[in-house]
Design a protein around this ligand. Structure first.
Ligand code: NIG
Ligand code: FE
Length: 444
């Protein structure tokens, strides 16, 4: 049975009645929260949730009695559903053309992600397929992936460009994302948090990575303007910037140049880093965040360093420094699973005090599975995160990773309404389907 999607734009008033278990995550961040216990999830029992005009109006027992006549309202019997906040996939590459299923076979025969890339596969092979299609075709391909995310409960989707690999083609990708969210079926998609990942790999048009970075920096004003226009139109959240900082990809110096420029244009930044080696991404993020703190009063535009993503090789003190500066980290266990690389170690992350988000890293090569539930399961079973950390990692901490924790990630009166209802009666039932086949209702 497919999940029913409730768009609060179409349905003015909705009430979920009598859920045995509403996981609100209210107050998750409080100092006394112990991430190993389930207390921080702030679970409510026998609970109704009343939504009106896209906002949580009330949460508690017997709300139909308390509120009297609510007029035209959708009433949903939730007595067999667990309810969690709308999920957030804070790291996804959902827009691309072509297939790299052959790489799955090559990896099974012992080739590594890096071997495959060195032989012309990897990001470059997706770039070739992506360049061949029109922006409109790309937009249609993206919609399929985004709808898949929403059907499993992802109400806010981060979407990276990065398969265009020159300013023109990268812009085509970004515009294709915006096109998808401008059209009439935008309501059937999760909300969009776009990220410009021009520096994802070398560009065939530019000799040397320095020259490519230079070209991207020169095009930044145009890109930032596109981002601002989309925000004004109300079709997306502010554009962020990202880079792949790793051996054989971009260096720390090149990353500093790119991210520094992006921050100056008011873009928030993420970094793909410390995935195959201790590439210096966590260090760079700390340096940039510290610099921003020092210049906060003088800066006109306010870009923030949001997250470092992957981080298998970041040390506990690398992560600890980020935590103090308010930078989050994103664990991407599905990539470890499919690319046969180490998982992050939950004990080390926990000890560092970092805010942990969990993403799918869905892309056609290193992580070809767009399923936040499977990523959650791997975070639990392979990384060792607790059930509470996992749920926070795909809700409130994922919202933090996108700078949107005030709007998303918890079920609280006054907050924008989004939720996922799945078959079950207790928090553990989160894992009663490892693929999310138990999702029945999604409010976006
Ligand atoms: O996050 N690490 C860099 N980028 C992607 C891989 C993208 C691809 O292989 O197409 C990742 O794993
Ligand atoms: Fe990625």
């Amino acid at each position: 049975m497919a999940a029913k999607i409730w768009s609060t734009k179409k349905n003015k008033k909705i009430i979920f009645r009598n859920s045995p278990c509403v996981v609100t995550l209210k107050g998750w961040d409080s100092a006394e929260n112990d991430s190993l216990s389930q207390k921080g999830l702030s679970v409510l029992k026998n609970c109704d949730i009343l939504i009106s005009d896209g906002v949580f109006i009330d949460i508690g027992e017997n709300l139909l009695d308390t509120h009297g006549n609510l007029g035209d309202i959708e009433i949903i019997d939730a007595s067999k559903y667990v309810i969690v906040p709308g999920m957030i996939d804070c790291h996804n590459h959902p827009i691309f053309a072509g297939s790299r299923a052959n790489e799955t076979v090559l990896k099974s025969q012992g080739m590594t992600y890096e071997d495959i890339s060195a032989k012309g596969g990897g990001i470059v092979s997706t770039m070739k397929a992506t360049r061949k299609v029109t922006g409109h075709e790309l937009s249609e391909l993206y919609k399929l992936n985004a709808k898949d995310s929403l059907a499993r409960g992802v109400v806010l989707l981060e979407a990276k460009t990065g398969y265009g690999l020159n300013p023109l083609q990268e812009r085509k990708m970004l515009e294709a994302l915006y096109e998808a969210h401008s059209g009439k079926d935008a309501m059937d998609l999760p909300h969009l948090c776009p990220t410009y990942l021009g520096p994802h790999a070398a560009s065939p048009e530019y000799r040397g990575l320095d020259n490519y970075i230079q070209a991207l920096v020169e095009d930044l004003p145009n890109i930032a303007a596109l981002g601002e226009e989309a925000v004004k139109k109300g079709i997306a959240f502010p554009l962020a910037a990202d880079i792949f900082l790793e051996r054989n990809y971009f260096t720390k110096e090149q990353s500093e140049r790119w991210l520094g420029a992006a921050l100056q244009h008011g873009l928030d930044v993420h970094i793909h880093a410390d995935e195959f080696s201790r590439s210096g991404g966590a260090e760079l993020a700390a340096e940039l965040a510290r610099r921003l703190e020092q210049t906060a009063s003088k800066r006109r535009k306010k870009g923030r360093v949001l997250t470092v993503d992957h981080c298998q090789y970041a040390t506990e003190s690398d992560l600890g420094r980020l935590a103090v500066l308010g930078v989050g980290a994103v664990a991407l266990p599905t990539t470890s699973f499919f690319s046969k690389i180490p998982y992050v170690d939950a004990k080390r992350w926990r000890a560092s005090g970092i805010k942990v988000a969990i993403g799918t890293d869905f892309n056609p090569g290193s992580s070809p599975m767009n399923n936040i539930w499977f990523s959650s399961y791997l975070a639990l079973s392979q990384c060792g995160f607790s059930l509470a950390e996992v749920i926070a990692g795909v809700t409130i901490n994922a919202a933090f990773a996108l700078g949107l924790e005030k709007t998303y990630g918890s079920i609280e009166i006054g907050k924008k309404a989004s939720l996922v209802a799945f078959d079950g009666a207790s928090v553990e039932d989160y894992f009663s389907s490892l693929l999310g086949d138990h999702v029945r209702h999604v409010v976006v």
